[in-house]
Design a protein around this ligand. Sequence first.
Ligand code: PLP
Length: 279
Amino acid sequence: MKMILSIAGSDPSGGAGIQADLKTITTLGCYGAAAITAITCQNTLAVSHCHPLPPQLVADQVLAVLTDMAPSHIKIGMTASTGIIATLAQALKDFTGEIIFDPVLKSSSGHSLLSGDSVTALAPLLARVSVLTPNIPELASLSQLPVSNAEQAQQAGLLLMERYANIRALCIKGGHLQEEEGEVVDILLEKKGLDQTVQVTRANHPRRRTANSHGTGCTFASAFAAYHAHQGSYQKAFHSAVTYVDTLLELGKDEKIGHGIGPLQHYKWMKKQDVEYRR
Ligand code: PLP
């Protein structure tokens, strides 16, 4: 049995945050535990409130899980406040498994989900994690470099990997780049061998035309964690997570849930598997 602890914010509309993480982890055949960092009030249209929980309460949830259960992977999403980040970094200092960090800065509707200067604020956690999964705005913000094409994205990623020796793999979600018409390029940077040479892998796939993309970042990072728990390879986890999100975007593209940016529909993954299984 593979177990993943998700540490993230709550999205009551079920599209992103802890709700998206648990759906992803479950549909990919792992056991999901969850510690909540913040309560947001939001739907597919907007985020109206965002309440970070007291840092010690977040750490206590994490420690309650870690002192009783043995997750191999921890996936971190919205960290919400500098106090939570510092406390989490301390609470995770003895954890020896994989920590996959999706450095959430904003909601898909544009609402800030982290108070303060993100680069300084996130530094203690960035120094603890093994995998980072930024989208393009997050990558630009953390590296303080302009990122408007895949080449610049790769350079910014390399800089972060050089700055944080602990980061062994970095997945760049390229959906915000508009370089190639009709195409998205996701990039995996992975440190290899004794000299830690960085190997670069690109996954080019068609851009899905859909309004239902809320929660894709959370879902990608959780899928990466789940596939890595099963397969133990960053390469395989990267390609499988890209396919998982891409498939869900395609399967849910015509559904109308809410009046704004609709969510992915994770249950469709199970339906698809079920149909294929029965064939
Ligand atoms: N975490 C929470 C709690 C959120 O509400 C959101 C977006 O609204 C995110 C993370 C990031 O969402 P996405 O996966 O769309 O980047």
